[in-house]
Design a protein. Structure first.
Length: 383
């Protein structure tokens, strides 16, 4: 709660042009020059984030899959959208997403502004044909009209898709979460903030485990990501059966044919191509962006396909050197950790959370059409 208040205050600080007082262990939140934070814009984005009217049948909001009580994830292996349709990927947390240099597991969106528009028209997420219905809401709902004017200084009649992205992104930039036991230990000078097991785990994380190679720890702050893409072999087996066919079509394309090698796979399998889907480069096959590890104990199951249930499972996966495949990153190899080292590593990972970052239900904005009574959607009020 304290966190959130600090965050909202920081919105004002942005407005005033002052430096942003980021929580302990995190750097300033980068804000693009053409989308300065202001309180009305943050509030507008928050309303949109929780509003289920932003979906084809009124059942899905951003918060359906990014639930505040689950550290802005949904607790499922892969996300479930409109009509119960199951997608191929795990819903990542939105906490601290403001620090990523690219969004989505494969980095296909380059800003929070563009990312926010993706789910709205994704047929298995919000399922809208286009953002028209959202623009209608901004123009016709009295609360939205007021907020829109304050946020952008223009009339709601002028609302465009870009405004939706900007407002939601502004809200997401307030969802920063630091000041964890780890931060208090490393940056706050509080030696007792970590248990001795977690302290040993930090050492394994940096040295024998090689984890900090990708989940970076900095001198003044830590994002636990280097924003790069790696192949760990997660989900790679879904590509195996059709891989030879894929290579054939890839070669045809390289020779000038108008074909799409990724189309040999069904959507679930195709997802496993990872970064390749964005760049078309062979070296990017099965590569995914290093995710932050902040609040990791609250965001399971893990990996882009949700295939690892617990942190113990993840550590076991790394200990075995990932899943072998021709594109496996050289930084992934058998670690030969002892049982104690594994337990210490897990204790360390658990020190990266701050429960204050979970909201309480009473704080949510209206997310239903006024007529339907309950102010909160079930997915939000159920925790
Ligand atoms: C049906 C579930 C679902 C809904 C609804 C949904 N998301 Fe997501 N979100 C996901 C999944 C799954 C991913 C990862 C997709 C991928 O990498 O291909 C994701 C990724 C993201 C990311 C990127 C995080 C990162 O680590 O790169 C952000 C930010 C985000 N969503 C915000 C939103 C916003 C804003 C909305 C509403 C406009 C929304 N989401 C609606 C499931 C959902
Ligand atoms: C070569 C870079 C690299 C190294 C080394 C590495 N990671 Fe990762 N880590 C990643 C990437 C990339 C992912 C996402 C993979 C995916 O989704 O398929 C990931 C995912 C994870 C996840 C799941 C995150 C989530 O939100 O689902 C955890 C936990 C994790 N790593 C912990 C560790 C630990 C502990 C170590 C050391 C034993 C380690 N990592 C070493 C790059 C790395």
């Amino acid at each position: 709660m304290r966190q959130i208040i600090t965050i909202l205050v920081s919105g004002w600080l942005f407005l005033a042009g002052d430096a942003f007082a980021a929580p302990l262990g995190l750097p300033e939140v980068p804000v693009p020059a053409d989308n300065a934070q202001n309180p009305a814009k943050i509030e507008l984005g928050k309303q949109l984030f929780f509003d289920r009217r932003l979906s084809a049948d009124g059942t899905v909001s951003c918060a359906s899959c990014h639930q505040p009580g689950k550290a802005f994830t949904d607790g499922r292996p892969t996300a479930v959208g409109i009509d119960g349709q199951v997608g191929p990927r795990n819903a990542p947390t939105v906490l601290n997403a403001a620090y990523y240099t690219s969004l989505f597991h494969d980095g296909r969106a380059d800003s929070l502004e563009t990312q926010a528009l993706g789910p709205l028209t994704n047929p298995i997420e919000h399922g809208l044909q286009d953002v028209g219905p959202v623009l209608e809401l901004l123009r016709n709902d009295a609360d939205y009209r007021r907020l829109f004017r304050q946020a952008f200084g223009s009339e709601p009649e002028e609302a465009e898709a870009a405004h939706i992205g900007k407002a939601i992104a502004s809200y997401e930039r307030t969802l920063v979460c630091g000041d964890t036991p780890f931060d208090r230990y490393l940056y706050g000078g509080d030696h007792s903030a970590l248990s001795s097991s977690a302290r040993r785990g930090l050492r394994v994380f940096r040295r024998k485990g090689n984890c900090a190679n990708c989940h970076e720890i900095g001198l003044n702050d830590s994002l636990f990501t280097d924003n790069r893409f790696y192949n760990l072999g997660v989900g790679f087996k879904r590509l195996k059966a059709k891989f030879a066919r894929f290579v054939t079509v890839y070669k045809q394309k390289a020779a000038g044919a108008d074909v799409d090698p990724a189309s040999v796979f069904d959507p679930r399998e195709r997802s496993e191509l990872g970064r390749f889907l964005v760049t078309g480069k062979v070296a990017d096959i099965g590569r995914f962006r290093t995710p932050t590890l902040r609040n990791i104990a609250m965001t399971g199951p893990y990996m882009h396909d949700g295939s690892q249930k617990t942190l113990e499972d993840v550590v076991e996966y790394y200990d075995q050197g990932g899943e072998k495949n021709p594109f496996l990153d050289p930084a992934i190899y058998p670690l030969h950790l002892t049982d104690q080292e594994k337990a210490d590593l897990v204790a360390f990972l658990k020190s990266l959370g701050n429960p204050d970052c979970l909201f309480t239900p009473g704080r949510f904005p209206r997310s239903e059409p006024k007529a339907t009574g309950s102010p909160f959607s079930p997915d939000i009020s159920s925790f």
